[in-house]
Design a protein around this ligand. Structure first.
Ligand code: WQD
Length: 339
């Protein structure tokens, strides 16, 4: 298949692109590189022996987006591009709505102008808001109690895709709701490279372990959980990538949603301990008050994807910690060049 991956140079997109190239698909990475590095392309080539086509385009530019789509003739689009900082989205809501919503509308326009009818969208478990029936399955109501604009853009985009697919019978759309992606490609050549201070737990922990930061701040230790810290469903990014391949292989007319999670909840202390074992030394932490907008517990019921996509996460959290640590050790500054 020929797959156009928007945001294909980012953390998730680069792993999806790598897995697609590895299995023999043709890939075009469409990216504006605002939050990613062109070095990723060389690394993907080093891993796979194949160089993806690169379309340096801003999805807010409809004419350029349509021209890029016309030049590649994709069988399907994997739409990962978007801004993803929860804190930035609270500080700059309009910019987030524009970046994530308008870019998606432009992807849909470009698909329709060039005759592409298949799309897999990067959604998020954040669409479940403050739902507290655990595990979360796809029938749980979404959109209630989402605490930030970033999360609301994911929910709105799901609604846009559902509405479009309901009136155009040729469309085959899927939204994959990622739980908490961690880890890296086992080669250590690609991984998560946040700009500035990491918002997410795992990259923060590996930056402490490598000595770039002095301690992890644990946001809350009196949640109603076994050890008092927040519980999440951490899933290896390679499993997330493989979930996209499975979804692409089983696209059907209409709109479908699937959780991509392991079904296992792990606490912040579990994650810190997992990295301590991998790294072989203690990881300093300090407990601070809970972070605004955080829920106590979130983990998936991943059985729908197992049933309908024949996909299940297969990599352990220890493997994810080991792979994340290999990436961090081999690239202490991520994709940023040390001057
Ligand atoms: C995980 C746990 C924190 C950082 C967010 C978005 C979601 C998705 C992934 C991204 C929580 C705790 C964290 C730290 C900590 N989107 N924590 N110290 O909040 O589940 O999900 O990121 O693109 O949509 O909402 O993930 O990694 O930020 O936090 O104690 O420095 O770790 O409180 O319990 P989260 P996270």
């Amino acid at each position: 298949m020929r797959i156009l991956v928007t945001g294909g140079a980012g953390f998730i997109g680069s792993h999806i692109s790598t897995q697609l190239l590895t299995r023999g698909d043709d890939v075009a990475i469409l990216d504006n590189f605002v939050n990613s590095s062109p070095l990723v392309i060389d690394r993907i080539e080093a891993i796979t022996g194949r160089r993806p086509e690169v379309l340096t385009v801003d999805l807010l530019d409809l004419a350029a987006t349509t021209a890029a789509f016309r030049g590649f003739s994709a069988d399907a689009v994997v739409h990962c591009a978007g801004l993803k900082s929860v804190a930035e989205s609270v500080a700059h809501p309009a910019a987030y709505y524009r970046a994530n919503l308008v870019s998606t509308l432009n992807v849909l326009d470009a698909m329709s102008a060039t005759g592409v009818d298949a799309l897999v969208f990067s959604s998020s478990a954040t669409v479940y808001g403050d739902a507290d029936t655990m595990p979360l399955d796809e029938s749980v109501r979404t959109g209630i109690g989402i605490s930030n604009p970033y999360g609301r853009t994911k929910h709105m985009i799901e609604q846009i895709l559902a509405d479009e697919a309901s009136v155009r019978s040729t469309l085959r759309f899927v939204a994959l709701r990622y739980f908490n992606p961690i880890g890296a490609h086992p080669s250590g050549l690609i991984g998560e490279s946040p700009t500035g201070t990491p918002n997410n737990l795992a990259p923060f922990v590996t930056q402490v372990a490598i000595g770039s930061r002095d301690h992890v701040t644990v946001f809350g230790d009196s949640y109603p959980t076994p050890d008092g810290t927040g519980v999440r469903d951490y899933i290896h990014v390679m499993d997330i990538a493989d979930g996209h391949l499975a979804a692409l292989d089983r696209l059907r007319p209409g709109f479908a949603v699937y959780n991509l999670g392991t079904g296992q909840g792990r606490s912040v202390f579990d994650v810190i301990r997992g990295f301590e074992q991998t790294v072989g030394s203690p990881i300093p932490y300090r407990v601070a008050p809970p972070r605004r907008g955080d829920v106590a517990v979130s983990y998936a019921d991943p059985s729908k994807a197992a049933r309908e996509l024949d996909w299940a996460a297969s990599r352990s959290i220890d493997e994810a910690c080991a792979d994340a640590w290999r990436w961090q050790s081999m690239n202490p500054d991520g994709f940023a060049q040390r001057s």
